[in-house]
Design a protein around this ligand. Structure first.
Ligand code: CP3
Length: 410
């Protein structure tokens, strides 16, 4: 069946907490109750040649699995505990896109280095990942990379254009294009293994979150050739050529789970599968065309907590949880207590302060943080986050205040 494809482009974790301000001091007291191995994040220069974390793994089944020793140091952190829906000393908080353009130290380090070059240079990956942990005292680091890194690694010609996003040289069109999407093996991404090992060694008890783009969102970049508002070409392929669509998502799921496996085997404590643009679909089509592929990815990394997130996914929250998430990410449009009802039992939630709210006066921010924490109490586990990524214009001090408020439970 022919398909008309429109053209692209419509478009010890607590030790390193900053010790200034009374709220930070209060949270340090709280945190001492669960302090485990000390962390040296604040003091150390970026490490690239350090040995893996020296912590001895607990004598439980699976402790010998690759990455398990590095993970054990962060097992008792507030973030990992919340993902497992266990009691926490304070609600853990981190920010999507916490590493990046909102930070002057990031911009300074990136001077003269292209984004994809930075993602394949372990010294830079390590340092950029640590920058927001030092500055904000967040409860988790997110690995510095991009969702298109695995596609580039298997040979897809693409670039990340500043101010635009990922741009693919030859958009996906036919069966023949499937050949450009081979499975990803650890040999494709030695810099990922090296960076994760250096980071877990450096972070100690602070968990490192690995991530990947979900098949639908990756397919959107591949089919559109770049960022898209309406995902028209993507949907034309999905509805018009369901056989080819399924083959494409199958390839992308294999690449994505390979990419996540590398990160888990190297020692990340949790993974987040970003399906940023899947909110473009109604629930029935999500279940028919997307969920089985995302489920295959999530099933392949069941040895760590799995966070699954998309933007505008209020109607999909239940089904995204059922794809195999332990933690469902919620954007700012749905109050967490409502999200909990939609998602159902046995899941934690992550979210969901509007990323633009940090531009509001401090008293408004404080009120919204409090409302978010209160709403999140409906969940069996709550990881505080923004409802989408940090905007580049964000004042880092505003995020620091959010962290302090969340930790103080105010
Ligand atoms: O969260 C973090 O701090 C870790 C790093 C991270 C990046 N991209 C670095 C990055 C993560 C988790 C991502 C994921 C990502 N990339 C997603 C899913 C998350 C989301 O926001 O929905 C998506 C859709 C992409 C694709 C992508 N890459 C976009 C839309 C952009 C921004 C384009 C722009 O310049 O406005 C990128 C580039 C990118 N990825 C940057 C960073 C820090 C900016 C590039 C730069 O600093 O030069």
């Amino acid at each position: 069946m022919p398909v008309t494809v429109p053209s692209a482009s419509d478009s010890s974790e607590q030790a390193r907490r900053p010790a200034h301000g009374t709220i930070a001091a209060m949270t340090d007291d709280l945190a001492l109750a669960t302090a485990s191995a000390p962390s040296n994040v604040t003091a150390s220069p970026p490490a690239t040649a350090s040995p893996p974390a020296a912590a001895s793994p607990p004598a439980t089944a699976g402790a010998d699995a690759p990455g398990a020793a590095a993970r054990s140091a962060a097992r008792d952190s507030a973030f990992v505990r919340a993902c497992h829906r266990e009691p926490v000393p304070h609600t853990p908080v981190w920010f999507m896109r916490q590493a990046g353009r909102a930070l002057p130290e990031y911009r300074a380090l990136r001077q003269g280095t292209e984004m994809l070059q930075a993602c394949t240079t372990p010294d830079l990956v390590t340092e950029i990942t640590l920058q927001p942990v030092r500055r904000y005292g967040v409860d988790a680091a997110i690995f510095f990379s991009d969702i298109v890194v695995p596609l580039k690694a298997v040979g897809v010609e693409l670039d990340i254009v500043p101010g635009v996003g990922p741009v693919v040289a030859q958009p996906f069109r036919t069966e023949a294009d499937l050949d450009r999407l081979p499975a990803l093996t650890p040999e494709h991404v030695p810099y990922i293994t090296e960076s994760v090992r250096a980071l877990t060694s450096e972070l100690g008890a602070t968990p490192l979150i690995g991530f990947a783009g979900a098949p639908f969102t990756l397919a959107s970049y591949l089919v559109e050739g770049g960022p898209s508002k309406n995902h028209a070409a993507t949907k034309a392929l999905m509805y018009g050529r369901p056989d080819l669509w399924s083959a494409l998502l199958d390839r992308l799921a294999t690449i994505t789970l390979g990419f996540l496996r590398v990160q888990v085997d190297a020692g990340v404590s949790a993974v987040q599968l970003f399906d940023s643009w899947v909110g473009a679909l109604p629930a029935a089509d999500y279940r028919a065309y997307v969920q089985p592929h995302s489920a295959r990815v999530l099933a392949a990394v069941a040895d760590v907590p799995r966070i699954h997130f998309g933007v505008g996914t209020g109607e999909l929250l239940h089904d995204m949880g059922q794809a195999g998430a332990d933690v469902v990410g919620v954007d700012w449009r749905v109050p967490l207590a409502d999200a909990v009802r939609r998602i159902g039992p046995d899941k934690a939630v992550q979210g969901n302060l509007d990323p633009t709210l940090v531009f509001a006066p401090h008293d408004v921010v404080a009120r919204k943080v409090r409302e978010t924490l209160e709403s999140g109490r409906a969940a069996e586990g709550h990881v505080f986050n923004l409802g989408h990524g940090v905007l580049p214009e964000t004042d880092p001090d505003a995020l620091l205040r959010v962290v302090e408020l969340v930790h103080a439970g105010l």
